[in-house]
Design a protein around this ligand. Structure first.
Ligand SMILES: Nc1nc2c(ncn2[C@@H]2O[C@H](COP(=O)(O)OP(=O)(O)OP(=O)(O)O)[C@@H](O)[C@H]2O)c(=O)[nH]1
Ligand SMILES: [Mg+2]
Length: 377
């Protein structure tokens, strides 16, 4: 499976507790009012919470400092200070939090449950106001406690990213072109087969807090399951995607049989992979004869979702985008309805597979294997 480590280093601080107050009652007809200084409020906590639609740590790379609010100071007339607001940091399932200095693991989020709140740093306690210090010998205490300070820690956050969608097609069909169009990845694209030699990952940004990761793998050819071409060893890297997008080059006569041939190779490799939900895209509709072949392929595959596009002419792209999102949504909804579809397995396996040996496991430090370029980097 394609995965690579996404990383971010962030500084988090809990809030300082508010100071206790020194005050006395000053009221008409109460000649010697006692102490009336209220307590300081608690500082805010540093809290981590899983958000399952988040797929990368990009949001932690834009903002790197997270501070909870300080508690308010106590006031006269026994009024307590306000509690400081917590800072909540959202992370995708599969995130691992470590102490940046020692590397010690603090927490891993293995499930998709969004209910779990992990309070990492508690805010400082508020100080007592002078009302607490009244004794029989000291009726007018002139002191109160300071609030306790908050804490600041440097954390390194890691995530192994896995693809939601795998692209499958013969060489030269336009898989990398599709990745280039829809995502932030900039794979090599060239008019000859086997341009892509190692998998590429890209992030399709759907909406705030919602990303879909697309994996572009090297082209498959007939006989791949017996070792032809680059072989199908790359297919294992899309084994846990939600769905597959098949792409055929409709300008080529071979496209009429490409889908069936690809399906056979896939099924020979893994029944599970072959059973994944899929859509079929006929690309290069700008070229001669392509539209006719597209119609033919649609007619030949009445049970499949068959779409046409031209990455060059930018036609059909909106529908392709919608269908890719719908493919992931369908699997997510199925898993939410208790069907235990693959998404859950994908995410719970993030950690389990972290140490699994993979010839294409990569980290951002060897990004030529699998790279996410963040806009603006
Ligand atoms: N005319 C036309 N050419 C296209 C279109 N989409 C991609 N191409 C071209 O087709 C060639 C192959 O595109 P790639 O995206 O590299 O194809 P690929 O499927 O990634 O190929 P491999 O990596 O070799 O498996 C490139 O020269 C592209 O510019 C299209 O819509 N119309
Ligand atoms: Mg390619």
């Amino acid at each position: 499976m394609i995965k690579f480590a996404d990383e971010a280093v962030i500084e988090v601080s809990s809030g300082k507790g508010g100071n206790g107050c020194i005050a006395f009652r000053r009221e008409k007809y109460v000649p010697l009012g006692g102490p009336a200084g209220g307590d300081g409020g608690r500082g805010g906590d540093v809290v981590f919470q899983v958000k399952k639609n988040l797929r990368t740590l990009a949001h932690l790379r834009y903002k790197q400092q997270f501070k909870a609010r300080n508690g308010g100071d106590g006031e006269g007339r026994n009024r307590f200070g306000r509690d400081g607001e917590d800072v909540v940091i959202f992370v995708p399932p599969g995130t691992i939090i470590r102490d940046a200095e020692t590397g010690t693991m603090i927490r891993e989020f293995t499930t998709e449950s969004e209910d779990e709140r992990f309070v990492f740093l508690e805010g400082g306690k508020g100080g007592w106001g002078n009302v607490h210090f009244k004794t029989s010998t000291n009726q007018a205490p002139q002191y109160a406690h300071q609030g306790k300070p908050g804490e600041t820690r440097l954390l390194s956050i890691e995530l192994n990213i896995m693809a939601d969608i795998g692209l499958v097609g013969f060489p030269n069909a336009g898989k990398s072109s599709l990745l280039d169009f829809f995502t932030n990845a900039r794979p090599k694209i060239a008019p000859y087969p086997f341009t892509t030699k190692i998998p590429n990952l890209g992030v399709l940004h759907v909406e705030q807090d919602r990303d879909i990761i697309i994996a572009d793998i090297p082209g498959i050819i007939e006989g791949a399951s017996e070792g032809a071409g680059l072989g199908i060893r790359f297919l294992k890297h899309i084994a846990r995607t939600a769905g597959l997008v098949f792409i055929v080059d409709a300008s080529d006569e071979e496209s009429l049989t490409a889908y069936q041939k690809l399906s056979v190779e896939l099924a020979n490799f893994s029944k599970e992979l072959a059973a994944k939900p899929r859509i079929l895209i006929c690309n290069k509709l700008d070229l001669e004869g392509a539209k006719e072949r597209f119609e033919q392929i649609k007619a030949d595959n009445p049970n499949e979702t068959v779409l046409g596009m031209s990455v060059f002419a930018r036609t059909g792209m909106d529908e392709v985008r919608r269908s890719i999102i719908a493919l992931v949504d369908a699997v997510d909804n199925a898993s939410e309805m208790g069907a235990k579809a693959s998404k859950k397995a994908r995410n719970t396996n993030v950690i389990a597979e972290k140490n699994a040996k993979s010839d294409f496991m990569a980290s951002r430090s060897d990004c030529d294997v699998a790279e996410i370029q963040y806009p603006g980097e």
